[in-house]
Design a protein around this ligand. Structure first.
Ligand SMILES: NC(=O)c1ccc[n+]([C@@H]2O[C@H](COP(=O)([O-])OP(=O)(O)OC[C@H]3O[C@@H](n4cnc5c(N)ncnc54)[C@H](OP(=O)(O)O)[C@@H]3O)[C@@H](O)[C@H]2O)c1
Length: 313
């Protein structure tokens, strides 16, 4: 199969490291896939806190693409070109996955790393598929690391965000009791996930201990900083605190960062949970590419409920 790929495309890029004022719409070249990469015609792009962290330059030791580059680290779309060493993917395949290190997802075309991509199950929408590689797979990795058993209690600190909603559903599916911190406005959301809701902020440890006097068996923190310090003491055993948000505070409280596995097998495992109806990323807001700045602003303010997705015609 062949597909006609244009030379240029519309994208939402950042032009230098810094704040939201470095973002703009540009017409840029459609990139060529490297030998282990795929070029994907993007149908939907997930929006994550990491997108603005990359723009701010916080990840430069690991991610330092030539600028301007589109924002965004995950997409779902149709394969438009295949790198010469790639096996298992063909032009026309419907896929989702992690964007390559020198590329971005808020665009009509994106480069994904083949080994960090997977086939999109037909039951899953483009919008849902675009959210799985970052937050849903992180939730899966965190639970693997905590290694809790059926009947044990998991605290999800920040249950209403992208990672939290997915973590709660996987945990519930495994027979864990889930207690989730969120602001008061997200009580109904937490309860809809089968979790016991506790409001975060001053006194949170006492509120959890009022319900679980012996504390909890594991803490998955998605807030970092003071939010992590406030709940770390609830873990009944050392080593049962993991965070996605803050390596320094994790060290301070005897916890650990979540170790990521971005590979195809994990993507397929998480997609199967969605296809089987066991979990949903809860996509709450979609924005067309022309409004990508609003999509990122909605996430950057830090009070997400479920996922925000950019759709691309
Ligand atoms: N290392 C990785 O691979 C990886 C992957 C994914 C995510 N992350 C990181 O993990 C963090 C969470 O990601 P996400 O996608 O879930 O973010 P998100 O969708 O933006 O959600 C953040 C959630 O945190 C809640 N929150 C804010 N302050 C809190 C506090 N003090 N205590 C408890 N909850 C609080 C917010 O709830 P309210 O609206 O109720 O305030 C919001 O629902 C981010 O820092 C992200 O960069 C890392």
């Amino acid at each position: 199969m062949t597909t006609k790929v244009p030379k240029t495309q519309e994208a939402y890029v950042f032009t230098e490291y810094g704040g939201a004022d470095t973002q703009e719409h540009q017409t840029i070249d459609v990139p060529e896939p490297g030998s282990s990469e795929l070029l994907v015609k993007v149908h939907a792009a997930g929006v994550n806190p990491v997108d603005w962290k990359v723009r701010e330059g916080w990840l430069r030791p690991q991610l330092d693409p030539p600028l301007p580059v589109p924002l965004g680290r995950e997409v779902a779309g149709t394969v438009a070109a295949v790198g010469r060493d790639v096996e298992g993917f063909s032009i026309g395949d419907e896929v989702f996955g992690n964007v390559g290190p020198t590329a971005g997802g808020y665009a009509e075309y994106a480069i994904v790393t083949a080994a960090e991509s997977a086939a999109k199950p037909v039951q899953i929408s483009w919008e849902d598929a675009a959210t799985l590689a970052v937050s849903a797979c992180t939730a899966r990795d965190a639970l693997l690391q905590l290694d809790l058993q059926e009947g044990q209690v998991l605290l999800v600190n920040g249950i209403a965000g992208g990672v939290g909603v997915f973590a709660a559903q996987i945990a519930r599916d495994r027979g864990l009791t889930v207690v989730g911190t969120a602001s008061g406005k997200d009580k109904a959301l937490a309860e809809s996930l089968g979790a016991v809701h506790v409001t975060y902020g001053d006194g949170v440890e006492g509120r959890v201990r009022a319900l679980f006097p012996d504390g909890v068996d594991g803490v998955l923190d998605l807030a970092g900083g003071a939010g992590l310090r406030a709940v770390a003491g609830l873990a009944s055993r050392p080593g049962k605190v993991v965070t996605t948000a803050d390596a320094d505070t994790a060290d301070e409280v005897g916890g650990a960062m979540v170790t990521r596995d971005r590979g195809t097998a994990v993507l397929a495992e998480v997609a199967a949970l969605v296809a089987d109806g066991k979990a949903s990323p809860l996509v709450r807001e979609t924005f067309p590419l022309a409004r990508a700045g609003e999509a990122l602003a909605a996430v950057e303010q830090g009070h997400a409920h479920g996922k925000v997705v950019i759709t691309v015609p």
